[in-house]
Structure formats: C-alpha cells, structure tokens
Design a protein around this ligand. Structure first.
Ligand code: SF4
Length: 370
C-alpha cells in the first residue's frame, strides 16, 4: 500500500465485497465524494451499475472539461535502461540492440510529430542517465519548445536541482510510475539498479513538484497486483501529493501490461470492464483531474473512455526511439510495449470528433515565467 494511506489492505479486502449497488448509487451523485465513496466506485458491485457511472462521469467531465479531449504523442529518445523490471522490454537483461537518438534525430522525429498537428509532447526514455544526460535533455527541450508549447517527461528519476534545470529549459510536466505500491512485490520485480529502492522512487515526484513542475503524473502498472488495492494506493498518493503540493496538478494514467518480447507473466489480469470501472472511479472522485489513456488500449475502448472520463488521449504513437520516421520503422527497434491502437492522429481526430468531442491540440502556452 502507499505508505501514507491510512487504510489497511486487509480492511479494504474485507470491505469491498460487502458494498451493494445501492451504496454505489448513493455515492454517485454526491458533489463532494469521500474516500469511502471512492471505495464504493471500485467495489465489485459497481460493475452492476456501470451505465449509471458512465452517465455521471460524463456529466462531471463535461462540467470541468466541456467536450474537450487533449491529444498528445510520446517521443522516445532512448531505450537504454540500467534497471531490470521483469515486465518491461527495455530491461537491462533483455539482450537487444539499443538506440539513443542524437539531437538531430530528436528534432527529425519531432518534426514528424509536429506535422501531425500534435502540440503536446511527452519525452520518454529508458532509465539510464549516461545514455541521456540532464544537460543533453535540457538542450533538446529548449529546441523542442520551438515546436511544442507543452512538454512533459517520463525519463529517469533525478534530484531536484536537475529537475529545476529541465523545468527552466521548458519542461512543465513529470510522470513517474511507482508500478506497484506493494513494497514486497516491488522488491521482487525490481531487484537491480536504482529503481530497486521503493521509498526513494516515491520521493522523486515530490522533488519534481518542489522544482516547479506544473503537472505530476502517477499510476500503477495494471496486472502486477490486484487492481482494487493499487487503485486505493494511487488515489491515496494523489491526495497526498495534492495536499503537500497544492500548486501542482496531479494527473493519473492507467497503463495495463501488454505483451513484450519474450513474454511476461501477468499475475493479476485486468479486464477491459474493470479498467473502465477504475477510470470511471477516478473521474467520479477526482472531478477535475487529468486522466490519460495511451495506445496500450484498443481504439474502441479509447473512444468509449474519451466520452466519459479520459481527458488526454495519445495518438499516432510510436514507442521506439526513431519510430516516427518511415525508414527507421523497417529496422528491428526495441519498443517498450505493444500498441493496440495504431490509428493515425488524423483518424483519431476524425473518430472522436464524430462522437461530438472537441479535439484540442494546444491548451497551454507560456505567458509569464519559465
Ligand atoms: S519500466 Fe522503466 S525502468 Fe523498468 S526496465 Fe522499463 S524503462 Fe527501464
């Protein structure tokens, strides 16, 4: 469990099966739901009232976001990694040719993404500071800011001074997944490398918020553990961050494990209905929070959640360094996960617009400060 969560796992396990659909419905229409209401939303009984949850989540989402859905795209700059997470294709023990982009290659990839109309960029890399130094990343960000008004990062954790350097270069969002909040399980999945330290990893987001990032993103890798318990930890982590860093917005992602080369055991499979339930629960509890959905999920599912709960949808994503340029796609490059939605940006725009949603490419610009 998230260490500062006051609930105990055994109490949550005992409570959730006792929740009735009537209790879920009673929680659904509260203007200020409590954490007990959140528990009702993730309880098994909530699966019986999903249509009502969808309808209410849609009302809440439209109240805070209107019909808007933000599109973004990841740019993978390196797949070198010094950690050995058993569930990830980038793990250091996976023998495969690696690639880190040069500055020119980063700009070339970015030009392809910008050509799709994307203006919100997520810079992603494996966790290897030697492959991607802070100074190199800062220079890349300074150049990329000419093309993208909003840049966030999902790279390796670093100290506050380094985060500040990236913030001043133009990064405004930071994502670090704890992967699982179950400390014992965490230790078995992350035996080597800096990521092995569970508590230290948790602290980095606070360092990022203190460094000035406007948005911090969190999430658990779904499939590693019982999603109900992880959902409680993610929500508790979000509340904790919000309380400590009220000036920073907390964002939530819901990555499910997808197949990787060599295969990976998924000990706690999360079905599509459960994933939707979890996302609805977060919308119903965190009314104003940004909820992200990536191309790990299929197109129809992404369309469904974009209408009710997801505020940010990735589009046209490539998950290998150099993947956006057609020539590189022919190479055997190492991607981080399997994409289940390869729809182009134009088609994502077309399909979501057809559902009455308003596609937003740019909702952020600097007018003061960095
Ligand atoms: S999850 Fe992150 S840290 Fe772990 S192997 Fe993959 S890229 Fe490296």
């Amino acid at each position: 469990m998230f260490p500062y969560c006051k609930l105990k796992e055994e109490d949550i396990r005992a409570y959730l099966p006792t929740v009735t659909p009537e209790q879920v419905l009673a929680s659904l229409y509260k203007t200020a739901p409590t954490f007990s209401d959140f528990l009702h939303f993730i309880a098994p009984a909530a699966l019986q009232v999903i249509p009502q949850m969808r309808a209410q989540a849609r009302i809440i989402k439209e109240l805070h976001f209107g019909k808007a859905v933000r599109l973004y795209a990841p740019l993978y700059v390196s797949n070198y990694c010094i950690n050995d997470c058993v569930y990830c294709a980038f793990k250091t023990s996976h023998r495969h040719a690696r690639k880190r982009l040069t500055m020119d290659e980063i700009i070339a990839e970015a030009e392809v993404i910008a050509g799709y109309g994307i203006q919100s960029l997520l810079l992603v890399s494996g966790e290897d500071p030697k492959a991607m130094s802070v100074d190199f990343l800062a220079e890349a960000v300074r150049r990329l800011r000419r093309m993208f008004p909003y840049i966030s990062i999902e790279i390796y954790p670093m100290d506050q001074a380094s985060y500040r350097k990236l913030f001043e270069a133009g990064v405004h969002g930071l994502t670090i997944y704890q992967e699982t909040y179950q400390e014992d399980l965490y230790k078995t999945l992350h035996r080597h490398g800096p990521k092995a330290d569970y508590h230290k990893r948790l602290e980095y987001l606070a360092g990022g918020a203190a460094a000035g990032f406007y948005n911090v993103g969190i999430g658990a890798l779904l499939g590693l553990y019982d999603w109900h318990i992880e959902a409680v930890s993610v929500a508790a982590h979000g509340l904790w961050l919000r309380k400590k860093f009220w000036q920073t917005k907390v964002q939530f992602s819901f990555p499910r494990i997808t197949p990787i080369p060599g295969g990976v055991d998924v000990p706690h499979q999360v079905g599509e209905d459960e994933l939707e339930q979890m996302m609805l629960a977060f919308r119903l509890f965190f009314h104003e929070a940004d909820l992200f959905i990536s191309t790990r999920e299929n197109h129809l599912f992404r369309e469904r959640v974009a209408q009710t709960c997801a505020s940010h949808v990735s589009a046209g994503s490539q998950v290998v360094p150099g993947g956006y340029r057609a020539a590189d796609r022919k190479q055997d490059l190492l991607g981080q996960f399997t994409r289940n939605d390869r729809t182009s940006v134009a088609d994502v725009d077309h399909d979501l617009s057809g559902l009455g949603l308003e596609i937003v490419y740019k909702d952020w610009d600097n007018c003061i400060g960095v």
